[in-house]
Ligand binder design. Structure first.
Ligand code: CP
Length: 308
């Protein structure tokens, strides 16, 4: 495993090994701690061509906890503004002897393209257009496993803007890989991709029917940055139909957990009382992201290969 570009290329054993390693960093008191500074002497560069709070910061913290040096390229102040191409920016960063490049870019396929430009340096996809966000899916799996156990027995519903969501695509691949049998997508038809029927999930356009007896509800933000203008006519109406409200939870299992990759938009896809409520694991997902990103970097550049 040289790069992490999509979930689709990982088998269940590789995913399980990443989750197990992430678990090993979580102390009994919940603190995330490295066992050894296995990335001492290594350099990790964060290249984020789109805004990020969770992903960029947890990659930075994860690399530092493992002893690496971290460079965060400020794209707004970089030579991108002088028309330097992504290829040339990437090759320039490689010339600074980086060992891993974490890349977020609005164009699908960017991480894959950059990975083909290098033999020795690891490329980690931190989100490319509406295509993939593999570490988000891995941290979501870790959160589900730590709270719900055995994947094969679970019913999981993903709710909202599936069409523009790289998170949903990676989650679907991850849930299928670990053996979740009952995967549901709940969305209005105009927020479903054309290939929705082939995504390996049961499709619902009614929220309360879709969440019936599920163990896990994952809700998604309306991703306006990738959306054609005017697609959402009325946010309040969307909230009424597809927002996760306290009364929505009555249809799910009583101990169902609520997740969201963040950032959340309160009273749009999730009510504040649910986001801040006892069943919400939204902030735990962020913490688990730190452990998962440590595991990914330890495996990719820390000479800790996955079991064959
Ligand atoms: N979930 C996620 O990718 O959040 P950020 O955009 O804050 O990184």
């Amino acid at each position: 495993m040289k790069h992490l570009l999509t979930i689709d290329r990982l088998g269940v054993d590789e995913i399980t090994a990443i989750l197990d390693m992430a678990e090993s960093f979580i102390q009994p008191d919940g603190r995330i701690q490295a066992i050894q500074p296995v990335l001492a002497g290594k350099t990790v560069a964060n290249l984020f061509f789109e805004p990020s709070t969770r992903t960029r910061t947890t990659f930075e913290l994860a690399a530092k906890k493992l002893g690496a040096t971290v460079v965060n390229l400020n794209i707004e102040m970089s030579s991108t503004k002088k028309r330097e191409t992504i290829k040339d920016t990437f090759l320039t960063m490689l010339s600074m002897q980086c060992d891993a490049i974490v890349i977020r870019h609005p164009e699908a396929g960017t991480a894959e393209y950059l990975a083909q430009l290098t033999d020795g340096v690891s490329v980690i996809n931190a989100g490319d257009g509406a295509h993939a966000h593999p570490t988000q899916a891995l941290l979501d799996l870790l959160t589900i496993r730590r709270n719900k156990g055995e994947f094969s027995k679970l019913s999981v519903a993903i709710v909202g803007d599936i069409l523009h969501s790289r998170v949903a695509r990676s989650q679907l691949a991850a849930l299928k890989a670990v053996g979740v049998k009952d995967i549901r997508i709940i969305a209005p038809p105009f927020l479903l991709p054309e290939d929705a029927e082939q995504m390996g999930a049961t499709i619902y356009d009614d929220l309360n029917t879709g969440v019936k007896d599920v163990d896990v509800i994952i809700t998604l933000r309306l991703q306006y940055e990738r959306m054609e203008q005017g697609l959402i006519k009325d946010e309040q109406e969307y909230f009424q139909q597809f927002g996760i409200k306290q009364e929505t939870l009555k249809f799910a299992k009583p101990d169902a957990i609520v997740m969201h990759p963040g950032p959340i938009n309160r009273e749009v896809e999730i009510a504040s009382e649910v986001a801040d409520g006892a069943q919400s694991l939204i902030l735990q997902q962020v913490t688990n992201g730190l452990a998962v990103r440590m595991a990914v970097m330890q495996i990719l550049i820390g000479q800790q290969p996955l079991p064959a």
